[in-house]
Ligand binder design. Structure first.
Ligand SMILES: [Zn+2]
Length: 374
């Protein structure tokens, strides 16, 4: 009995001994492995720490070196991103007679007087001014008074169709266009009316008018998602004036508009509505499509709000481009009625580029467009 019990106990011990040993071995192995990996990890950590420390040590002199030039670096990050044409030094053409000053401060001393049409060397920009060479050293001039030669010689990027979000392609639409502005006195009321009616229009701006309080009109146009178009710098006729005058006049208008609102016009409206074959070729090299009209209100001639109103309301059809001039108070009087009444009639008031895109047209440089009828 006892022996059997002992034997049974022995069996019990034996049966426990094997798994116990196995467990012990496993624990030892696990412990060993753990220690091994912990050691490895520590070594790795130490190594990476050492590397980091080494990195910190090696960068210390560089950091010190950077600290010395810190003001310059800060200035660079604060100034706006440079445009493609802003490669310095380069020459620029003075757009209007202007003083060059000794610093960016408007009341600093005058170091030189730049004459309209003169060519000056531009050595750089602070974002707001160009720094130019004068007889008496470097001078600061507000950017809009000098056009860099690289800008003058540059061309437009290809036409990009605007988003048609919110436009019902099935419903009728027209593009109202206003030429010869901006003129705050009259343009602002057109903008207010467009805003109140959630409508858009295209403004063909003259570069020479994009200054002073008119600048705010241009910014407001973009806020209202209107289109800013090019109507040359000083109303250059594409069929009457020398061909050589077209490029500078178009590019100067581009420049005044882009410098004011950051947006480059995508289309040009030929002043007076005339264009020669040679001028079309010139527009092709400039990368600009020419936009004419299908309804001429003759507002500039009649100066009669009722006649302007009727010219639109009695002739309008889906896809029309309508010509008006926002520089005449009589036109504005007509426009404040035309805008809500066209909407009432079921028309969507869109920009020229939107109308073109809605009708599937890809505007091509040098080509002329008069309407986008369905
Ligand atoms: Zn005009």
């Amino acid at each position: 009995m006892r022996r059997r019990r002992r034997r049974r106990r022995q069996v019990a011990y034996e049966s426990l001994l094997v798994p116990g040993l196995v467990l012990l071995v496993c624990l030892c192995l696990a412990g060993g492995l753990l220690l091994h990996f912990r050691k490895k990890k520590t070594e790795a950590q130490d190594a990476s720490l050492a590397a980091e420390t080494a990195a910190v040590e090696t960068t210390v002199p560089e950091t010190e070196a950077e600290t010395e030039t810190e003001p310059q670096t800060q200035e660079e990050t604060e100034s706006p991103a440079l445009h493609a044409w802003e490669v310095f030094p380069q020459n620029g053409v003075v757009l209007t007679a202007v003083n060059a000053r000794s610093s960016a401060e408007g009341d600093s001393s005058v170091v030189g007087v730049l004459q309209e049409g003169a060519t000056v060397a531009i050595s750089g920009t602070d974002g707001v001014h160009y720094i130019v060479e004068t007889e008496n050293g470097e001078g600061y001039v507000a950017r809009k008074y000098i056009i860099p030669e690289l800008y003058l010689s540059g061309n437009h990027p290809p036409f990009e169709a605007p988003s048609l979000d919110g436009i019902d392609l099935e419903r009728p639409m027209v593009a109202l266009t206003f030429d010869d502005g901006p003129k705050a006195e009259t343009t602002n009321r057109v903008l207010e009316t467009l805003e109140q009616n959630k409508a858009r229009a295209t403004f063909y701006l003259m570069g020479s008018n994009v200054s002073g309080e008119n600048n705010d009109c241009v910014k407001k146009m973009l806020e209202l998602h209107c289109e800013v178009g090019n109507h040359t710098y000083n109303h250059t006729y594409f069929n009457l004036q020398p061909l050589a005058e077209i490029r500078p006049s178009v590019r100067e208008a581009d420049y005044m508009i882009e410098e004011t609102c950051g947006k480059l016009p995508a289309t040009v409206r030929p002043p007076g509505g005339g264009i020669s074959d040679e001028a079309s070729e010139e527009l092709k090299t400039l990368g600009l499509p020419a936009i004419f009209w299908s309804i001429d209100t003759l507002d500039w001639q009649t100066k009669d709000p009722e006649k302007t109103y009727k010219a639109v309301m009695e002739n309008v059809r889906d896809g029309d481009i309508i010509l008006m001039h926002d520089v005449h108070p009589e036109t504005v009087e007509a426009a404040v009625r035309i805008i809500p009444d066209l909407i009432q009639k079921g028309y969507q008031l869109v920009t020229v580029s939107e109308l073109a895109a809605a009708r599937g047209a890809v505007l091509e440089p040098g080509k002329s467009y008069r309407e986008f009828w369905r």
